[in-house]
Design a protein around this ligand. Structure first.
Ligand code: SF4
Length: 164
């Protein structure tokens, strides 16, 4: 059976910027875990960040693809530019996904790394907007189907249809 890349915070690890997890509970996830199908990743820890760490957002109006292609940036709320670290985390996560032959990923939405439907505004005002994070964008660019944590049902349907 093919493996599924999953954000570590969804799997219950306290790796988010504020030291929390974002645990997603579902019987199918439990089953996949028991079967050894889940590959846990945290792009930000992979890049060398610690927990807790300052929150970061992608610059106003830009998305993960703009960081890879058009020079947009990831900035912490302290003003520190952490774009290169986020790119490193994305590439290390892609390597992990490829090593385990993951064709799908279930990632935490809203994150400047893992977000796949929404990210935050870039103004640190708590407003979300449509867009993807650096890791989600890079995975998609390499043919990995990315689902947000709000799309677990769609991921299950997708895998059943693909008989994976
Ligand atoms: S980078 Fe991804 S896995 Fe790591 S804490 Fe943020 S959302 Fe979770």
């Amino acid at each position: 059976m093919n493996k599924i890349l999953i954000s570590a915070c969804l799997a219950g690890f306290n790796v988010r910027y504020n030291g929390s997890s974002k645990t997603l509970r579902h019987e199918v996830l439990e089953q996949w875990r028991k079967e050894g199908r889940l590959v846990f990743c945290c792009p930000e820890l992979a890049a060398g960040f610690s927990t807790p760490r300052p929150p970061a957002e992608i610059t106003v109006g830009a998305s993960g693809s703009a960081i890879v292609c058009d020079g947009a940036r990831v900035i912490e709320n302290t003003g520190r530019d952490v774009t290169e670290d986020y790119l490193l985390g994305a590439h290390l996560t892609l390597q992990m996904a490829q090593r385990h032959q993951c064709r799908v990923a279930l990632l935490t939405d809203g994150s400047p790394s893992c977000g796949s439907q929404t990210i935050y505004s870039g103004a640190f005002n708590g407003q979300a907007r449509n867009g993807d994070g650096v890791t989600a964008q890079l995975l998609r660019a390499h043919g990995i189907a990315v689902f947000s944590h709000r799309q677990l049902g769609q991921l299950i349907t997708y895998l059943r249809a693909a008989r994976e």
